[in-house]
Every structure is written in C-alpha cells, then in structure tokens.
Design a protein around this ligand. Structure first.
Ligand SMILES: [Zn+2]
Ligand SMILES: [Zn+2]
Length: 127
C-alpha cells in the first residue's frame, strides 16, 4: 500500500480499506510488540493496561504520509482510545461544524469492538 493509494482512500472516505491492508496489519503488530502490548496513555499516567488498539498520534486524514510510520503509532487500551477520539471529535466539530465527518473514530483508527459501539451510542444520543 503506497501513499498515493492511502490519499485516494482518504478522499473517498474508504480508509477502512487501509485498516484491512496487510501493510497496516503487520505494522500494527510491530507497534504492539514494541509497546509490550501496554497502553501508552495509561503508562504516561502511571497505570498498566493491556493495549487492544493501535492509535495514530497524528491523524491519518491530516497526515497520510505518517499512516505507516511506526513512530506515529502507539498501543492504546480501548478506554483511552475512546477518550482520545472523543477529544478529537469535539475538536474537529468545533473547527469545522459543517464537516461531513460523522465521527473522528470512524476514520482515524481501526474501530475496535467496543469502540464502534461507543461511537454508535454517541451518535444516537446526539441525534
Ligand atoms: Zn489506556
Ligand atoms: Zn485512534
């Protein structure tokens, strides 16, 4: 998967295809192994939690060139991932109220099981 294709998928709102790619899947495992399958956000707060997701520190939509850069990725637990995206979502909405982005999480990172449910609940709650 090359940068041109990633940019194309972003334009077409098909980033989910990126997350299904072999390139991402193997990078994801490298990142989790590098971080010892520990949530880096929890670690910064002195806690230890298992990382279930891999989060892009700089979002793929804005920085497609960093989509497959290991240093831009970190292992994160679902709880912190939800929080992180909640924050990003608010930020995006605030800056761009007419954005077609329904929720940041849909596009920024591969949705985990609980994560997509979380986003769904939020969306329903907000109408
Ligand atoms: Zn965490
Ligand atoms: Zn994320």
């Amino acid at each position: 998967m090359d940068l041109k294709l990633i940019k194309q998928l972003i334009l077409e709102d098909k980033l989910v295809r990126f997350y299904q790619s072999k390139a991402w899947r193997s990078l994801r495992i490298n990142v989790l192994e590098r971080d010892n399958y520990e949530c880096q956000e929890c670690k910064r707060q002195g806690r230890v939690s298992p990382a279930q997701n891999v989060h892009h520190i700089k979002e793929v939509k804005k920085h497609p060139e960093l989509a497959l850069v290991e240093d831009n990725c970190e292992g994160i637990c679902i709880k912190c991932h939800n929080k992180e995206h909640e924050r990003l979502e608010k930020y995006i909405r605030k800056r761009n109220p007419n954005s077609s982005v329904k929720s940041a999480g849909e596009f920024l990172c591969p949705p985990g099981q609980n994560f997509s449910r979380f986003i769904g609940e939020r969306r329903n709650g907000e109408g």
